[in-house]
Design a protein around this ligand. Structure first.
Ligand code: HEC
Length: 191
């Protein structure tokens, strides 16, 4: 389509005559986001599993966090990428959703309520004011997750339960089963 021909001819397209920002390449943004989420998950999961093996779940609590993860720090310093996780049932208050994260969470919850399987919920990349936001579902992908996010009293032992209650008095991230939707990766970078 030729913008030159359309400009001036159609009022609705007048905006395209002003110097346009670089067009948003959604597929490239999704690829970038997916790569960052995947690498972050690998680092997080390796660290979490090592801590679980040596200290058990109650001693490994701090390792299910993207805070102070070397990759998260280096990407943020070198590339201005902000890596966060959020959820409709949060454990750590710092993971609470902002307005656009809440928008995506609502969309996902609607899809789930309509019967879409958690693994079929697609990633999404959108443009915010001056940044790109990338969202990708996080699932309770393995039984290990249940040691701290499963049923209190059976999956989660009493020591871990007590440590979670103490560290996260507002916790809402218990009672999951394998395969459940747990939350979203929320990754942003400057446009
Ligand atoms: C050793 C206990 C433990 C295990 C095992 C664990 N988590 Fe967590 N999880 C936590 C804690 C504690 C937090 C809060 C971290 C923080 O303070 O940043 C958390 C936070 C999260 C969050 C961020 C949203 C929120 O509610 O704050 C997600 C998403 C999450 N966990 C998913 C998982 C998944 C998926 C697995 C399995 C791969 C898993 N967790 C395994 C303890 C655990």
């Amino acid at each position: 389509m030729s913008v030159k021909v359309i400009c001036g001819a159609m009022v609705v397209l007048v905006w395209s005559c002003t110097p346009a920002p670089t067009p948003f390449d959604e597929a490239a943004a999704i690829e970038r986001g997916r790569g960052i989420a995947g690498a972050t998950f690998q680092q997080l999961s390796a660290r979490l599993q090592a801590a679980m093996a040596s200290e058990g779940p109650s001693g490994a609590l701090q390792y299910c966090s993207v805070a102070a993860l070397p990759l998260v720090d280096s990407l943020s310093a070198a590339q201005g990428v902000r890596i966060k996780r959020t959820s409709d049932r949060i454990r750590a208050p710092h993971d609470a959703p902002d307005a656009d994260e809440q928008r995506r969470l609502n969309e996902v919850l609607t899809l789930l309520a309509k019967g879409t399987a958690p693994q079929d919920i697609p990633p999404q990349a959108v443009v915010l004011v001056d940044s790109v936001a990338y969202y990708q579902p996080i699932l309770i992908a393995m039984p290990t997750c249940l040691k701290c996010h499963g049923a209190a009293g059976s999956d989660v032992d009493s020591l871990t339960m007590a440590a979670i209650r103490k560290g996260y008095p507002q916790d809402a991230a218990m009672g999951y089963r394998v395969g459940d939707f747990r939350g979203l990766w929320s990754i942003r970078w400057k446009r």
